[in-house]
Design a protein around this ligand. Structure first.
Ligand SMILES: Cc1ncc(COP(=O)(O)O)c(C=O)c1O
Length: 378
């Protein structure tokens, strides 16, 4: 059975009519940049997250970069991020001229290890960027506590976690992105909320940060031809905003479908030797952007599943401290043992809201057959 990693066609089929209508509406109005449509999407996304302000930008990477700039981060500053994440989290820090500092991850959630953050803080540290990896919220209450103690800002990288929630110490459930000083989202097409191209969003409750990012994303403008700061062309365009408005209405439903699929996967894969299914931390709502298992025979399993027609992806095979681009930081093998082990064992199985039960069964049966095979036990 041929099973792709993700099937965006099935997702779009569900809303094809509404997307076509939205595109026609934008073409008819002809306001392709900084439009009323974008303002409406920003308002709707802010309401969805439970924050005061949302600013549409051109990508998740740009969202992180502008968020850092809005806090005045630059040369001489240090920014702490988890060692195990997509490279964009680190690149955004580097673009500002600041030094990126990696911290090892928690063995079970794969998110930043809160017990190792304090050791990485120096007098130059300004920001912590927790990443809600795979759609599972990082331990925000503890991270905020550390940040407050050291007078640091917190930027949430929620690129993979639209709609994920955390139960805060006061009992309220909060949306990720709305908990730190700034939240950053990506609308890369395969994300839980994906555009038909690139896109991103910055959210915040802080009006000063909001105004700064509005200007940063639009050439540093204060009026049409008046520029007070070094800004960029980093706006979310109207067409994407109109399409994302349609998809935002489906996000909670699609996240619930992902959660159900994850439950079925974990149920079918329970108690299989050397297969670790995702750990769900208490007091969080995981939105399973990625459903990743772990196995010591990962590379053989990839091949066995490929033979069966099943596409898998490794998110991510190389931890950041071992990426060539960061050689100048002088990290070495062994510096972040958990991140290194997870990177060598993790495997993402097909995951999208419209994955069928018989497909999940075929995938999990194929995994079971592999673990029982002779070559596996050798
Ligand atoms: C954790 C994380 N941070 C940042 C990004 C960057 O987002 P984008 O691809 O929209 O620039 C991504 C996504 O690709 C991501 O997964």
């Amino acid at each position: 059975m041929k099973i792709p990693f993700i099937d965006l066609n099935l997702t779009h089929k569900e809303i094809e009519g509404q997307i076509n209508q939205a595109i026609r509406r934008v073409i008819k109005r002809g306001d392709f940049i900084l439009s009323r449509e974008l303002e409406l999407f920003e308002k709707e996304f802010a309401r969805f997250c439970g924050v005061r302000y949302a600013i549409g930008v051109s990508s998740g990477t740009e969202a992180l970069f502008l968020a850092l700039l809005s806090l005045g981060i630059g040369r001489g500053d240090e920014v702490i991020i988890p060692d195990f994440t997509f490279i964009a989290t680190a690149l955004a820090v580097c673009y500002t001229g600041a030094k990126v500092v990696f911290v090892d991850i928690d063995e079970r959630t794969y998110n930043i290890d809160i017990n190792k953050i304090e050791k990485a803080i120096t007098r130059y540290t300004k920001v912590i960027i927790p990443v809600h990896l795979y759609g599972q919220p990082a331990q925000m209450p503890q991270i905020l506590k550390i940040a407050r103690a050291y007078n640091l800002k917190v930027i949430e990288d929620a690129a993979q976690a639209h709609g994920a929630r955390i139960k805060m110490p006061d009992g309220r459930w909060c949306m990720v992105g709305a908990i730190g000083d700034i939240g950053c989202f990506s609308f890369y097409p395969s994300k839980n909320l994906g555009a038909l191209g690139d896109g991103g969003m910055v959210v915040t409750n802080n009006e000063v940060i909001y105004r700064k990012i509005l200007s940063l994303r639009d050439y540093g403008r204060v009026s049409k031809y008046e520029h007070n700061i070094l800004g960029f062309n980093a706006r979310l365009d109207t067409l994407q905003a109109a399409i994302l408005r349609v998809k935002l209405r489906k996000l909670n439903k699609w996240n619930r479908m992902r959660q159900r699929i994850a439950d079925i996967y974990s149920d079918y894969l329970r108690n299989i030797e050397d297969i670790i299914t995702p750990f769900l931390a208490p007091g969080v709502e995981h939105v399973y952007h990625i459903y990743a298992i772990r196995t010591r025979r990962r590379d053989d399993l990839v091949k066995a599943l490929k033979k069966k027609g099943i596409t898998t992806i490794i998110h991510y095979p190389i931890p950041l401290h071992l990426q060539k681009v960061f050689k100048y930081l002088n990290y070495k093998i062994g510096d972040f043992g958990i991140s290194e082990r997870v990177a060598s064992e993790v495997l993402s199985l097909p995951m999208h809201p419209h994955l069928k039960i018989n497909q999940i069964k075929f995938i999990t049966d194929s995994i079971k057959r592999f673990t029982k095979s002779e070559s596996y036990t050798k």
